[in-house]
Design a protein around this ligand. Structure first.
Ligand code: SF4
Length: 286
């Protein structure tokens, strides 16, 4: 059985940056500093457990100012690659917490575009997953007045008579972006479309689609709660390729691969190299 691994499978540069930043902080923490992340740093349990062993704690659930005040003067809070809205940032600052900004620079760029469009009096339309941390953060930059659209079934949320500025969640897939922007171009009176999808995600998705053409089965490695991993799984299945989604090597089932000659492997942007390597090693051993 031949195993072909996508060239850019796994951590994107934004995730790699924030994970390294947090690991370094944990290593160099002095004077009794306590490191927290603002929510789970990435959608990967193995990485979260590894960080926990290094002393990094997670602020879970809805973070309130009371919760922050209880953290004490030695707390350092790392912001995730998804970023946060201005209100959350203000709350952290008001609590006197030391902040380490791990927001991906690409996401910062989208936040700036949202704020600029809102300041010009335009209605902001965010193409993406309602409830995703990045999207919630982006909404904060237009004072919660933007509209989130994730599929054609949701386009009736948009008031097409208003001047619209459209941005995309960084990890939105190309097909959904094309479908939604086509509809908006056809129906809106005044629409500006900013393609804010991240190249790293687009590249991983394109590689997965290409791999589907030459393999008998695809393995997608990543957290079940990772939106971009689930999107990779969906993209492969949409191509009619038999696709297995695993969080790690331990979940691979030998019988799925019986009679298969070529196996493709890709991974979501929150999957570290060592987990991909374990999956590949297991497959090659078969
Ligand atoms: S997918 Fe792109 S935008 Fe999102 S964290 Fe990674 S590099 Fe940044």
């Amino acid at each position: 059985m031949k195993v072909v691994v996508a060239e850019h499978a796994g951590f994107c540069w934004g995730v790699k940056r924030v994970v390294q930043m947090t690991e370094r902080l944990a290593r160099e923490a002095s004077g009794g500093k306590e490191i927290y992340t603002y929510g789970p740093l990435i959608h990967n349990c193995a990485v979260i457990e590894r960080l926990a062993r290094a002393g990094v704690r997670v602020l879970e659930g809805e973070v309130s100012s009371e919760m922050l005040c209880r953290l004490g003067p030695r707390a350092v809070v790392v912001l995730r690659a998804h970023g946060v809205g201005p209100d959350e940032l203000a709350m952290l600052r008001a609590a006197g917490i030391e902040i380490v900004d791990g927001t991906c620079p690409h996401v910062h760029g989208i936040q700036e575009r949202v704020a600029a469009a809102h300041a010009r009096g335009r209605e902001v339309v965010i193409l993406g997953d309602e409830g995703h941390a990045e999207v919630i953060g982006l909404l904060g930059f237009c004072e919660g007045k933007g509209v989130v659209v994730g599929s054609l079934e949701q386009v009736d949320r948009v008031d097409v008579s208003k001047p619209l500025t459209v941005v995309a969640q960084s990890t939105l897939d190309g097909k959904t972006f094309e479908r939604l922007t086509k509809w908006l171009r056809e129906h809106a009176r005044d629409v500006e479309i900013e393609d804010t999808r991240c190249e790293a995600t687009a590249r991983t998705q394109a590689e997965a689609v290409e791999l589907c053409k030459v393999v008998d089965i695809m393995v997608v490695v990543g957290g079940r709660n990772s939106a971009n991993t689930n999107r990779l799984v969906q993209l492969c299945r949409d191509r009619g390729t038999r696709t297995v989604h695993v969080e790690g090597a331990g979940e691979l089932q030998r019988e799925d691969f019986l009679g298969k000659e070529i196996v493709g492997v890709t991974a979501g942007s929150s999957t570290p190299d060592w987990i991909i390597a374990e999956v590949v090693e297991r497959l090659r051993s078969w």
